[in-house]
Structures are given as structure tokens and as C-alpha cells.
Write a protein of this length. Structure first.
Length: 401
């Protein structure tokens, strides 16, 4: 592993695992749930090396390399099927049991990890296959802590959805779905930004092109049918027109040239989750009525209009649809020349795990948006939902705390 690669990997670990080394405060990292932490007291290093070596082989394909990392020391790309370099004492150069510093063995796609803590004298495992393999081995007898999937709900929030993410730019239908959650009357304002005003959300300074009270559905429908708000790119700096719909002086929905902002949204927060994609669909699919429209945006990595892809799920097998429709993006030049550049030219090298790593949703302008047959929406991204899952539209039957 080059010095640049080692630095990049540790940057990801520090950000994604909130890594904070400490000799007294444990744990020093927040790994994805589910996880388990075992005590390494009274465990023999030779036995651990044998078991870990066997498990790493079962979890990897022929020729696949993993990351072997030692805090403040050079890291390595390791092929589990090849002999591991040893130190003068005969142990692995990156020890299976930490001997004075943190030692980690992590899949390149971060789907699983073996994290050794020297001062707690522990090993933390995440990734269900890795956890199951060690549980079956029985090599670690004592559990220090476990972490299961935990979810909390936060109602009555707001979310902004870029119009480019809406299939057919159907913002009017989203407005209708949002208004169906309330009762008439509504206050309607169509606002235009003055040329000298650059503050986007100080709408009191905007000009009023239209203002009325809608008291029934037919009145609202006539207004929407005759209304055009030209779309703008999500990266544009300024919107020129805003439709503002309020009830009792509270905003319900706002539509600009770039986005639709809805209030009364339910946020679902996953504490220390695993892969964003798996947990997103775990949250969305139980409530979905098929067919389910899915929009993926990789604008944070891909640099043209081909960064947005729409697809349809007819059942819960989202993985198969993603493999069919999105894995080709791994061959884009922005990927093969980017962070830890990898050549995905061979079909066998293009896997869903690689896709989820290269297009992590914590990267700005990476989005996933769903809409089911009843008008229920789900969304996850870094900016608009603040790394939480937003439920909006027809969400009457969601049970939340």
C-alpha cells in the first residue's frame, strides 16, 4: 500500500468510524451495526492467526486483497491466500492480536472489518458473515458488548428534493400528495426574486406575482394546470421563482426552479448503520406498494447528466436491479482514476459491493429517492436529509416513536 493510499484509507476510517484513539476511553470507534466486541485476554495469538487466516480466505475471492492496517505504521494490501509477512518474533507484521497499537483487517469495500484495540484488549467485528464465522469458531469466549440495529423516528421535519431527481419532473404531483395530508383552505403565493436580491430564503423581499386563498381542490387544480416553473440544474446558485403554499402561517410546501421543499416529513435515523443502501431499503421496502420507482444520483462523483438513473422495482430484490442497471458506472473514468483507482473493465470485477463503496451516499450530491404506487416517498443523502432516511408523501401508516 502506498503512503497516499494509507493516508486516504485512514481518512475514511476516521470519518466513517469516528475513530478517536484513547488509552482510557472505550470503545475508540463507532462501527456499523450489527457488531460484536470480544475480549482478547487469555487468547493465544497462534490460534487467532490460524482462525483469522481461514475466515479471510472464506470471505474473499481468488486474487482479492484486503486492507491490513496498523495505526501510525504503513498499511498493506494482503492476499489471504498468500503467506503473510512476519516480524522478528514470528507474528504477522500486522498482528492478529493488537500488541501496543490498533491493528485492523478490513474489506476494501468496508463490508466487514476486524478491529483490534490494544488497550481495551479487544477485537471488534462488524459484517454479519465475519461475525457468524467467528461465532462458529468459538475462538473468542468472552463478549464485551454487542450492537444491534437501532432506529428512531423524528416526525414533523422538512426535506428538500431536487427536481432533477423526480421522474418526469413531476413536481405538481408531489405538491398534490403533500396537500392531501392537510385540509383546505391554503394560502398560495407565487414569488419572483428581485434582480438585486441574492438571499435565497428571505422571501419577504421577493415580488409577489400571484396571491390568493385556495378553498377547494378544483381551484388549486386550475392554478397548477396553468403554472410553469422552469427547472434549473441542482448545482445552480439561484432560483428565480418560488411557489409558496402555507396554512395558518406555516409553510407546507415550496417549489423553486431547483427543488421542492416539504414540511411534516418523518425522518428515520439509523444509529451507526452498516451500508447505507442496505439499511435504506430495509426501511423503505416493508412499507412499499409495488411497483417502486427508484432514482439514483451519483453527481458527486460523475460529472455529466448521465449521473442520474431511474429504474423500477417490482419486488424486494433491489440488489438484482442495481446490478443490472448501475454496475456499468464502475467503468466510468471518474471511478477508475479516482480514490484508490481500480480497473473494473472485467465483468467479474464489477460487483454490488464495489458499487456501494464507490458511490457511498455520505458523499455530497449522491442521492437515492424512491416513490411507490401509493405516493409514498423515501430519500437518503448527505445534504438534504443529513444522512437520515426521509419518509414523505403518503406516510399515514408509518408507526413512529
Amino acid at each position: 500500500m502506498t503512503g497516499a493510499e494509507d493516508e486516504q484509507v485512514w481518512n475514511v476510517i476516521c470519518r466513517q468510524f469516528h475513530f478517536s484513539p484513547s488509552t482510557t476511553e472505550f470503545p475508540s470507534f463507532q462501527v456499523p451495526h450489527p457488531f460484536v466486541t470480544y475480549s482478547t485476554r487469555d487468547v493465544k495469538w497462534k490460534e487467532i492467526e490460524t482462525v483469522l487466516s481461514h475466515i479471510l480466505i472464506t470471505l474473499t475471492d481468488e486474487g482479492e486483497r484486503i486492507m491490513a492496517l496498523d495505526w501510525n505504521h504503513q498499511g498493506y494490501w494482503v492476499d489471504p491466500r498468500q503467506p503473510f509477512e512476519r516480524d522478528e518474533e514470528g507474528t504477522w507484521i500486522i498482528p492478529a492480536l493488537p500488541d501496543g497499537d490498533y491493528s485492523f483487517f478490513i474489506a476494501r469495500d468496508f463490508q466487514w472489518g476486524y478491529l483490534g484495540h490494544p488497550w481495551e484488549q479487544s477485537v471488534t467485528l462488524f459484517g454479519e458473515n465475519l461475525m457468524t464465522a467467528f461465532e462458529e469458531s468459538g475462538v473468542f469466549p468472552d463478549v464485551i458488548r454487542r450492537g444491534e440495529r437501532q432506529m428512531t423516528f423524528q416526525p414533523n421535519e422538512s426535506v428538500s428534493v431536487y427536481r432533477q431527481l423526480l421522474p418526469r419532473d413531476d413536481w405538481k404531483e408531489l405538491v398534490r400528495i403533500q396537500l392531501n395530508q392537510y385540509s383546505y383552505p391554503f394560502e398560495i403565493k407565487l414569488l419572483e426574486r428581485p434582480r438585486n436580491t441574492k438571499q435565497q430564503h428571505e422571501y419577504e423581499e421577493w415580488g409577489v406575482a400571484s396571491h390568493f386563498i385556495a378553498t377547494e381542490t378544483i381551484q388549486m387544480e386550475r392554478f397548477l394546470e396553468g403554472l410553469t416553473i422552469p427547472p434549473m440544474d441542482m448545482l445552480s446558485e439561484e432560483s428565480n421563482t418560488v411557489l409558496r403554499i402555507r396554512k395558518q402561517r406555516q409553510d407546507i410546501v415550496l417549489v423553486s426552479n431547483q427543488e421542492v421543499t416539504m414540511h411534516g416529513v418523518i425522518y428515520e435515523e439509523l444509529k451507526d448503520w452498516g451500508t447505507e443502501y442496505e439499511n435504506f431499503f430495509d426501511a423503505i421496502l416493508p412499507h412499499a406498494t409495488f411497483p417502486l420507482e427508484v432514482v439514483f444520483c451519483g453527481r458527486g462523483t460523475l460529472d455529466d447528466e448521465d449521473s442520474i438513473h431511474a429504474m423500477t422495482l417490482n419486488d424486494t430484490n433491489w440488489q438484482a436491479v442495481f446490478e443490472d442497471r448501475l454496475l456499468h458506472l464502475l467503468n466510468r473514468k471518474e471511478i477508475t482514476s479516482g480514490f484508490l483507482p481500480t480497473n473494473y473493465s472485467k465483468p467479474s470485477q464489477r460487483k454490488l459491493e464495489n458499487f456501494m463503496t464507490e458511490f457511498m451516499l455520505i458523499i455530497p450530491y449522491h442521492f437515492i429517492l424512491t416513490r411507490d404506487a401509493t405516493g409514498r416517498f423515501g430519500m437518503f443523502d448527505h445534504f438534504c436529509t443529513n444522512e437520515k432516511i426521509a419518509h414523505f408523501g403518503n406516510t399515514d401508516d408509518i408507526q413512529h416513536a
